[in-house]
Design a protein around this ligand. Structure first.
Ligand SMILES: [Zn+2]
Length: 291
């Protein structure tokens, strides 16, 4: 049991929020910040968090502008301001976006604060400092950036035909392809393991070994684990919290991820863990046979 706890702690440290966690945050923020105007941006104490801008530039670009929309593409949270200004935020390992009253006590590891005219603060809190914030001055600039980094969105764009098309001519391992954001955007280690378990596919299967029926099954499984993950307001496997600071619930319902040696919920066989490209993969050796 101590071994399982250690494994679980190690996996929690290496997990990062994925599409359902970003979508849950976007939905929470949308209700609360759309229509509000930026008063000031402050608190930047970690310049590397802003790879192509600065606190001064953020203020010049966004002060007195209202939030028009809050969206998501892959694992990027997108905030649109009036006159076509955009922030794209990637929280990486440990970044959380928390909405607090302007007079709230300061929070450790806050690296950026946006104050709105309704006396609310949006804080980017990131203990491990891998999170990044990008400023774009037009939707074209933003679209070009996203197109350079992301494949089709796993929730918005994915269906069986898209996945069949994406996998045509590919030979890589399916697990590695699912983690490649330029191949398919939004899925990380946790939802990849859950989708492969759901579709009964071994993570080491190669793309060219999958039948069209198996690919269709996988497309349905991906959609299903993401939609259910969003319904449960994300997985709080490590430090992930939603915009109100509340953990999600999906960690209570995982079938494969982080469950090494525990019984497969479908057949009772102990879940196996292997390393693929330095990342843990969890699967049921009975339900997900390696061909
Ligand atoms: Zn099984």
């Amino acid at each position: 049991m101590a071994g399982a706890a250690r494994t679980s702690a190690r996996i929690a440290r290496s997990w990062m929020p994925e599409l359902p966690e970003v979508e849950t945050t976007a939905r929470g923020l949308r209700e609360r910040i759309v229509g509000h105007k930026v008063v000031r941006i402050s608190g930047v104490d970690w310049p590397r968090m802003l790879p192509q801008t600065s606190e001064a530039e953020l203020n010049a670009a966004l002060k007195r502008r209202s939030v028009i929309s809050v969206g998501r593409r892959g694992k990027y949270l997108l905030i649109e301001f009036d006159r076509d200004r955009w922030l794209a935020i990637h929280r990486k390992m440990s970044g959380n976006l928390l909405l607090r009253p302007a007079n709230a006590a300061s929070e450790a590891h806050t690296h950026l604060e946006i104050e709105f005219n309704d006396r609310m603060l949006l804080r980017f809190v990131d203990p491990r400092k891998f999170g990044r914030v990008y400023l774009y001055r037009s939707s074209e600039e933003l679209t070009d950036f996203l197109a350079d980094h992301l494949g089709p969105d796993s929730l918005i764009d994915l269906n069986a035909e898209v996945l069949v098309e994406k996998l045509r001519g590919r030979r890589g391992r399916i697990k590695s392809l699912l983690l490649d954001q330029a191949f398919l955007a939004g899925i990380g280690n946790l939802y990849a393991d859950e989708a492969l378990w759901e579709a009964k596919l071994h993570p080491l299967r190669t793309a060219d070994s999958l039948s069209e029926g198996e690919i269709k099954r996988l497309a349905i499984a991906i959609k299903q684990v993401l939609v259910v993950g969003i319904e449960r307001r994300g997985t709080s496997f490590s430090s992930y919290r939603d915009a109100d600071g509340t953990p999600g619930e999906n960690q209570e319902f995982l079938n494969a991820y982080g469950r090494e040696s525990l019984p497969c919920p479908r057949c009772g066989t102990p879940i196996s863990r292997i390393l693929i490209g330095q990342r843990s993969s969890h699967f049921c050796p009975h339900c997900q046979p390696c061909l």
